[in-house]
Design a protein around this ligand. Structure first.
Ligand SMILES: Nc1ncnc2c1ncn2[C@@H]1O[C@H](COP(=O)(O)OP(=O)(O)O)[C@@H](O)[C@H]1O
Ligand SMILES: [Mg+2]
Length: 140
């Protein structure tokens, strides 16, 4: 998954992927140290066990996605990016409406926005899907 905080990634995962994929997210371990390494290990273990996996984090930059693409390559499975391309203003409004730890600091959303580069097959993805609110993505 790729998308800002509040874009609707977890909702998309729940509605379209959770029935068929193991869901991994650093958000599941908010207090753990070395969450990145832990996530990478869990993904590798699930793939090695033959499971399909979806990684539900913001994953905004190619650098952050590279390890996941590599994990899929190592396991010999296809890898797809699903970019939930919700307008930042909508993400910010949804974030505002959240409670407690689910609400992230405004600066966090802006920082992710600054780092976000749309996923591309040039990174090694076999497929890139774009999810936009209220519309079917254009072909290609
Ligand atoms: N397609 C949608 N239309 C309207 N609201 C949505 C949609 N998808 C998600 N939401 C709402 O937006 C908020 C953030 O959604 P969530 O899936 O948790 O985003 P993310 O995982 O990207 O941070 C939630 O309150 C959710 O109910
Ligand atoms: Mg989420």
């Amino acid at each position: 998954m790729v998308g800002l905080q509040g874009a609707g990634k977890s909702t998309h995962v729940r509605e379209h992927l959770a029935a068929t994929h193991a869901v991994v997210s650093k958000d599941h371990w908010p207090r753990a140290r070395r969450r990145e390494a832990r996530q990478q290990r869990v993904v590798a273990e699930l793939l090695a066990a033959g499971r399909s996996v979806v990684v539900d984090n913001t994953n905004p930059s190619p650098a952050e996605r590279a390890a996941l693409v590599a994990a899929a390559r190592t396991a010999g499975v296809p890898v797809r990016a699903v970019w939930v391309d919700t307008p930042p203003a909508t993400c910010l409004a949804r974030n505002d409406a959240r409670e407690g730890r689910a609400r992230v600091p405004l600066v966090g959303v802006h920082a992710t926005r600054a780092r976000l580069l749309p996923p591309s097959t040039a990174e090694g993805f076999d497929r890139v899907d774009v999810v936009r609110p209220g519309g079917t993505p254009p072909a290609g």
